[in-house]
Design a protein around this ligand. Structure first.
Ligand SMILES: *[C@@H]1O[C@H](CO)[C@@H](O)[C@H](O)[C@H]1NC(C)=O
Ligand SMILES: *[C@@H]1O[C@H](CO)[C@@H](O)[C@H](O)[C@H]1NC(C)=O
Ligand SMILES: *[C@@H]1O[C@H](CO)[C@@H](O)[C@H](O)[C@H]1NC(C)=O
Ligand SMILES: *[C@@H]1O[C@H](CO)[C@@H](O)[C@H](O)[C@H]1NC(C)=O
Length: 370
């Protein structure tokens, strides 16, 4: 901690010297911190499952890091948590965690089960989350005058990273509904339009730096394989369900085009697209590289090989149990990734190697807009 402060001082001193400022801006130090606003689903939900939806996810979730359930679908940290650690900021709290939250480094609006559309079970669609951000911003402005709240400045709102990781539930629901592949593909434009509208809504509220993830290989998830596979001929060379991966890829192609479109329309915004599919697919294609075994088998679940996934006996139910060493598994509960996998995912995200245009996350968050 002291090292970190010393480094911040050094960086500041250097900038100070370079620009030969005469008047020291009171909050310059604070401006060099990263601020992150995240929008999404269970892939990046740090506890809204409990705080927003009022549900409880029992043990063994959380056992490896938090030593108690936190509402994260994981044995420990999610990739968003590792990202915060990589950026040297506190883990982001769920927006609706009303007790003890510190929002000075940003807010996590993600809610498990969220999609781009409001549903009967989950009102926290992407547009709801963007609306909540609008409220947070208004409330911050109101409270700031009284020396309360997150005290986030207008500059910090402007230079913050707005990350969006949504779409998995939309595509999965479309595929599970037994629609034909063409019917699923036909639903993609409206899903993308909602993402476009929410991104533009955040832009209208002053957001300029967007970090947009595509979706992972749905067909490699143990849940998909256990519940949807009817015939071995449906599998690809890794043993994943080709139909589900193709659905994800069709969405991702559209998202990539959408990012180009938004880039050309919002000239003063930075739109970075992150290939989450490639990052996650690599865990299934080359598990040994990362010390993983049997990537298609859930660590926590029921039923044993090949997928260890049984409906209604899933992780968190008393009838399910976790494997001895989750750090050897890619999948935690059949849908979500283990802490060990999330660490790998986060380091690849932060590196910038999967970003278009190239930006390491650190350089992106430090990038100042005029
Ligand atoms: C924020 O405040 C502005 C007026 O200052 C208002 O138009 C807008 O609707 C408010 N947004 C939210 C989400 O409350
Ligand atoms: C999809 O079809 C399967 C049988 O092939 C059936 O069991 C399931 O209920 C159907 N799902 C929906 C959402 O219609
Ligand atoms: C997106 O925004 C446009 C313009 O405001 C609106 O006409 C359209 O209905 C919105 N699309 C969706 C899917 O909400
Ligand atoms: C599996 O699919 C193949 C090719 O579509 C078909 O020839 C075969 O009969 C199917 N097997 C079963 C058990 O349905």
């Amino acid at each position: 901690m002291r090292d970190q402060c010393a480094r911040l001082h050094l960086v500041f001193a250097f900038q100070f010297h370079l620009s030969m400022l005469v008047i020291l801006p009171a909050l310059s130090l604070a401006h060099s911190k990263c601020v992150l606003f995240n929008f999404g689903d269970s892939n990046s939900d740090p506890g809204a499952l409990m705080t927003a939806l009022g549900l409880y996810l029992g043990p063994p979730s959380g056992q490896q890091f938090f030593h108690k359930p936190t509402g994260r679908f994981c044995n420990g940290r999610l990739y968003i948590d590792f990202i915060c650690q990589n950026l040297k900021i506190d883990l982001l709290s769920a927006y609706l965690e009303s007790s003890g939250s510190d929002f000075t480094h940003g807010v996590n609006f993600a809610v498990s089960g969220a999609s781009t559309e409001v549903s009967l079970y989950n009102p926290f669609s992407l547009s709801t989350q963007a609306g909540q951000f609008g409220h947070f911003q208004n409330r911050t402005r109101e409270l700031r005058r009284r020396g309360k709240g997150s005290m986030m400045s207008e500059k910090e709102f402007r230079n913050a990273v707005y990350s969006i990781d949504i779409g998995q539930n939309d595509i999965n629901l479309a595929l599970v509904a037994n629609s034909s592949y063409q019917q699923v593909v036909n639903k993609i434009p409206i899903i993308l339009e909602r993402i476009e509208n929410s991104t533009k809504a955040l832009y209208k509220l002053g957001g300029r730096k967007f970090w947009i993830y595509n979706t992972g290989p749905l067909g490699c998830l143990p849940q998909t394989l256990a519940l949807r596979k009817k015939n071995e001929s449906e599998l690809d060379e890794l043993g994943c369900l080709a139909l589900y991966n193709n659905g994800a890829k069709a969405f991702n192609d559209g998202l990539s085009n959408l990012c180009s479109k938004i880039r050309s329309e919002l000239k003063d915004a930075l739109i970075v697209h992150i290939d989450m599919y490639a990052i996650k697919y690599d865990l299934f294609a080359n598990p040994g590289t990362y010390g993983f075994e049997k990537p298609l088998m859930a660590c926590c679940g029921n039923g044993g090989p090949p997928y260890n996934y049984v409906n209604k006996k899933t992780c968190g139910e008393p009838t399910a149990s976790a494997c001895v060493d989750p750090s050897g598994s890619v999948s935690w509960d059949g849908v979500h990734y283990t802490e060990a996998a999330n660490a790998v995912i986060a380091s690849k995200i932060t590196s910038g190697d999967y970003s278009t245009p190239f930006f390491s996350l650190k350089s992106f968050c430090k990038k100042k807009l005029v």
